[in-house]
Design a protein around this ligand. Structure first.
Ligand code: SF4
Length: 252
């Protein structure tokens, strides 16, 4: 704990903010990050799993290129890409943030560009996992209806999930319950109109749900939450998501 006579002669390392046309020079941070990148040589010297080294060595002997060769050939990696200040999400770009050009064509500054890139990256992750999950849900639904030759063997799991969703289990077969579960999962994945997210309600800690509710963060559905971040930045050239004055250019 700091005492009252704490000396202030050190660098607090406060982050810089982008007021007006302020520009944060990110080049040193990018340089340090770039220097931390391992090379193929580093991998061969330090990979903890000897199987990795054996595999890379064998691939070399066979003349087969690996990700380590390709990664090295990408060096030096793009400064703007590494800093997250490259924007390619509309046809007025690509734009990059520099001291000379602290805003993209639409007016987006570094903070906004980085935030949009991050949220779209997260949406891509949801889509990637969700697409596979959808296959599982559809298979469960078909299995429950006897439309594929797959038995439902996890009876306890089905009953446990049904209880978490608050489903009536009395007099129902495991197959019927599995079908109801599949329908709930598919609905939570694809709902278009805001409504209760049954899976979150069933499994997320109540205190967390309360915070999400207060912040208006309860998702509508996976599909919707992927649509939203991919849509809003597309309006950027119309001034939405950037600064209000930008729309005065009349690009709408
Ligand atoms: S959204 Fe803005 S910053 Fe991004 S490419 Fe279009 S004009 Fe450039």
């Amino acid at each position: 704990m700091c005492g009252g006579n704490h000396s202030h002669d050190h660098d607090h390392g406060h982050g810089h903010h982008h007021h007006g046309n302020d520009f944060t020079d990110y080049k040193d941070a990018v340089k340090a990050y770039r220097e931390s990148f391992a090379s193929k040589e580093d991998v061969m010297a330090h990979a903890p799993d000897p199987a990795v080294r054996d595999m890379v060595k064998y691939m070399d002997e066979q003349g087969v290129e690996s990700c380590f060769d390709r990664f090295d050939k990408q060096k030096p990696h793009c400064t703007f890409g590494l800093a997250g200040v490259c924007c390619r999400i509309c046809s007025l770009g690509p734009c990059k943030i520099t001291k000379r050009s602290p805003r993209g064509t639409c007016g987006a500054d570094a903070d906004l560009i980085v935030a949009r890139n991050m949220v779209r990256s997260a949406a891509g992750g949801v889509a990637g996992h969700g697409a596979r999950a959808r296959e599982v849900m559809l298979t469960l639904k078909k299995a429950s209806a006897g439309n594929v030759d797959l038995p439902i063997i996890g009876k306890d799991k089905v009953l446990g999930v049904a209880a978490a969703y608050g489903l009536e289990t009395e007099g129902k077969t495991v197959e019927a319950l599995a079908g109801e579960i599949a329908d709930i999962l598919l609905e939570d994945m694809s709902r278009t109109v805001p409504g209760p997210h049954k899976t979150l309600k069933a499994i997320a800690p109540p205190e967390r749900q309360k915070v999400w509710e207060e912040l208006g963060l309860i998702p509508t559905s996976s599909y919707h939450e992927v649509f939203e971040p991919c849509t809003r930045p597309r309006w950027a050239h119309r001034g939405i998501g950037a600064r209000p004055w930008i729309s005065s250019f009349g690009w709408a």
